[in-house]
Design a protein around this ligand. Structure first.
Ligand SMILES: Nc1ncnc2c1ncn2[C@@H]1O[C@H](COP(=O)(O)OP(=O)(O)O)[C@@H](O)[C@H]1O
Ligand SMILES: [Mg+2]
Length: 318
């Protein structure tokens, strides 16, 4: 099976400095493959090179070195562009058009005519979660509403591959959930989704595979379950009704006991602890169990470790 997206040693240098421009490497030898139908997350902190990668894939920039192919064809191939959708990081549209007018315009750019245009426009606006506001001018839109228009625009041509740069940015919790659900619906339809994000919980909920970038380089890639060691780090126990005697017992067993509000305590137990047995023993002393959670490595922990471990960037760049 050919990959939906593949890059090989993709590299981008920007000239920086006025009098003596020096090359600044924003993307360094990125090689990756995304299979058809995958939801792939390109993750990394600000300045890691995520947007640069997307712009190279969309041919908004040209690479210094390396190649990229989408749906088996070199990027920029006109027959392929028709089959792609793209949400830019900072979309900018004509302020005086309504959302409906803007999307009709994009539909026509893709060559749709007649009744097909309003049907498509209504469908993508529904999908992006825009209600009656669709008849308002874009200059009256909030950032979150504009983000939804931009998402609708990325879907107007029923794309086979969608590129989304920070799709959740500017959205409130409900909006984030709607976009997550939308990405899952796209996946269910067999669409390949390639998205960039610095928000790890989005990736954890959506991606089959991720690549983690730092300072222009890919520092890890693969399935989340493979990247993250899902080994148990300990237990987090929250208890109430702790008497003096029980408190002494907890202190003996725990790595740390932290008082919380309302007379509760958070108890940090080592992975070797047997929390069920401990609770059984302590319940005789009147302690109440509020919650018990295993503590594992999260993508957030991993991210902090990997990105911190990457070599510090040379000074003198952007
Ligand atoms: N046009 C440009 N000229 C010079 N430097 C740029 C340009 N575009 C991006 N960069 C630099 O390249 C690096 C990667 O940027 P970008 O791909 O936007 O990061 P991300 O999307 O991961 O936050 C940053 O250090 C940024 O300042
Ligand atoms: Mg970016």
């Amino acid at each position: 099976m050919t990959a939906a997206i593949e890059t090989e040693n993709l590299t981008k240098d920007f000239p920086v400095g006025f009098w003596r421009p020096r090359p600044y490497r924003a993307l360094d030898n990125l090689t990756l493959q995304v299979e058809a139908g995958e939801v792939f997350g390109l993750l990394g902190p600000n300045g890691a090179g995520k947007s640069t990668t997307l712009k190279l894939l969309m041919q908004l920039l040209y690479p210094t070195r390396g190649t990229a192919r989408i749906l088996g064809r070199p990027v920029g191939d006109v027959s392929v562009r028709q089959r792609l959708g793209f949400l830019a990081e900072n979309p900018y549209y004509y302020d005086y058009l309504t959302a409906e007018e803007l999307l009709s315009y994009f539909a026509k750019l893709f060559g749709y005519r007649g009744d097909d245009v309003p049907t498509r426009v209504t469908r993508v606006l529904d999908e992006a979660g825009l209600g009656a506001e669709r008849r308002m001018r874009l200059r009256q839109f909030s950032k979150g509403m504009l983000q939804r228009v931009a998402l609708a625009q990325a879907l107007i041509n029923d794309p086979e591959v969608v590129f989304l740069d920070e799709p959740m940015s500017g959205l409130d919790p409900l909006g984030r959930k709607q976009v997550r659900d939308l990405i899952l619906r796209l996946r269910a339809r067999g669409c390949t989704v390639f998205f960039c994000s610095h928000i790890l919980s989005d990736a954890e909920a959506l991606c089959s595979r991720v690549a983690i970038m730092a300072q222009g380089k890919m520092v890890a890639s693969g399935k989340l379950v493979e990247i993250l060691a899902f080994e148990l780090k300990g237990w987090e126990l929250v208890v109430a009704n702790v008497t003096g005697e029980a408190r002494a017992e907890l202190d003996k067993r725990a790595r740390q006991v932290t008082p919380l509000a309302d007379g509760r305590f958070m108890v940090d137990l080592p992975p070797t602890a047997d929390p069920a047995r401990l609770m059984h023993e302590l319940s005789g002393r009147g302690i109440e169990l509020v919650s018990l959670n295993p503590v594992r490595d999260t993508l957030e922990d991993y991210f902090v470790q990997t990105v911190a471990a990457a070599a510090p960037r040379q000074t003198g760049g952007v």
